[in-house]
Design a protein around this ligand. Structure first.
Ligand SMILES: Nc1nc2c(ncn2[C@@H]2O[C@H](COP(=O)(O)OP(=O)(O)O)[C@@H](O)[C@H]2O)c(=O)[nH]1
Ligand SMILES: [Mg+2]
Ligand SMILES: [Zn+2]
Length: 315
């Protein structure tokens, strides 16, 4: 039997096998995905094969055993916290990834947005930005959000501007989410769980108040979890990420994940141009002329120079 992993705690897996049935499964032995050193061999969104347990003793503890992970269309990863060489698979087989962004409480930097977008490009996942907490912004903030939205719009990234509490704002998103596997990500406290609750109140996901002194969200979601949507499709709620690292990217590859930089690369004098300080570089010229945003170029350089992460705030 085949199913989709919708929840994982590391040793247990909830596998959705049809519209209504989930089975609690164990993993058989340890399997490695070719070329991937992951702390978790099976992730939310994975399509898996299950066999049933015959032994009556073990049957009480779980319904089935996962024997195989089917080939992934794509996956999103981050570096594992402690084991720096290892990666953690956040989710697999994602159609759309949505980054929730807030200007403050918590602050999402442009560098963080860029790393998210580049990561999605690298893994062929369609990316979308949702600016949240519209209701708390003053006039200057609203202008700043519009400026940032325009910046990304020019590159080709769509965005939305909502208040996650507002049903009408959120209902516009439904048509986009329908029948797709959608991943919601962003710093803890940006409103991921709140938004999912407004979309589907029955889920009653826990949300956290921002702690006043640090303006930092509390960690309420520990593992990524996939929720079937009543109107069709899925949402994957991820634990808040503080930092996003770009792994498995060669220097010359990085420009491929910056569409506006990639587009100009062919106009550079040297085919091998990395757009750092080479002569007659069309990209550097475009930055000077304001065609490419300085913030985008800065984040590109930071990835090229091997800076592993963008830190948003100090713990
Ligand atoms: N004012 C306002 N608060 C929001 C909005 N969305 C979420 N919040 C609040 O922000 C806090 C963190 O939300 P939560 O959904 O737990 O964030 P998550 O960590 O991304 O899942 C909660 O106190 C929410 O009530 C919004 O659109 N406007
Ligand atoms: Mg949450
Ligand atoms: Zn160049």
């Amino acid at each position: 039997m085949k199913g989709t992993v919708i929840k994982s705690t590391g040793s247990w897996y909830e596998v959705l096998v049809d519209d209504k049935t989930t089975l609690l499964c164990r993993m058989k032995g340890i399997f490695r995905i070719k070329g991937l050193k992951a702390t978790n061999p099976i992730a939310v969104g994975d399509r898996v094969s299950i066999t049933f347990v015959e032994d009556e003793d073990t049957k009480e503890k779980h319904d089935g055993v996962i024997t195989e992970v089917l080939e992934r269309k794509n996956y999103l990863i981050r570096k594992s916290k402690n084991l720096s060489k290892q990666i953690h698979i956040i989710a697999a087989n994602v159609d759309y990834a949505y980054l929730l962004v807030t200007l403050a409480a918590p602050k999402t930097s442009l560098g963080f947005i860029d790393r998210f977008l580049a990561t999605c490009e690298a893994y062929s996942i369609k990316a979308n930005l949702i600016f949240n907490k519209k209701d708390i912004y003053d006039v200057a903030d609203l202008k700043e959000v519009e400026r940032i939205r325009q910046l990304y719009k020019r590159i080709g990234y769509d965005s939305h501007f909502i208040s996650a509490h507002n049903k009408r704002d959120v209902s516009d998103l439904k048509a986009l989410l329908k029948d797709k596997v959608n991943l919601f990500t962003g710093h803890s406290g940006v409103g991921k769980s709140t938004l999912i609750n407004t979309l589907q109140p029955e889920l009653e996901l826990k949300t956290a108040e921002i702690s006043g002194t640090h303006l930092k969200g509390m960690h309420t979601t520990t593992f990524a979890e996939m929720h079937p949507l009543k109107f069709g499709g899925f949402i994957i709620d991820t634990p808040g990420i503080k930092e996003l690292s770009i792994v498995e990217m060669e220097k010359h590859e990085i420009s491929h994940y910056y569409p506006e930089i990639f587009k100009l690369s062919s106009k550079c004098k040297y085919g091998s141009c990395l757009h750092i300080n080479e002569p007659e570089c069309a990209v550097i010229q475009a930055v000077e002329n304001g065609v490419i945003a300085e913030s985008r170029y800065a984040s590109y350089l930071s990835i090229i120079s091997g800076e592993e992460t963008v830190k948003e705030y100090n713990d």
